[in-house]
Design a binder for this molecule. Sequence first.
Ligand SMILES: [Zn+2]
Length: 141
Amino acid sequence: MPKSKTPAGCPCGGPSLDSCCGPFLSGATVPQAAEQLMRSRYTAYTLGNEPYLLATWHSSTRPAEKIINPDERLQWLGLEVKSALRLRQRKVNEGEDFVEFVARCRIGGKGQRLHEVSRFLREADEHGVLRWYYVDGQFPE
Ligand SMILES: [Zn+2]
């Protein structure tokens, strides 16, 4: 059995879905920080919420093909956000931010560790609302 510290919590590790990523996924509110968007995208992956993933993907890098493969037997196990890089690069550019994280998952029964430094840009959407978008990622290891 996979160990989980907060079985009723948000998939990203927050105290509960309703007080964490839920309002972002439902569209009730917009993430104000790149880390919030990153966490909500992780949660969207765990819930199979492909529309949210597409809506928060920057138009320049948004994939045309399907993101989630239902045959993959992919199970997300947990997220760890690392702050060091983000703090180092904070305020370099107001409309750009980086979040380093490690996500663990199991694909077809095999444990995997995804270590990524994601890049985010903040731009106004068609209604003039400033939103963070996932652009791309680097893999430090
Ligand atoms: Zn969350």
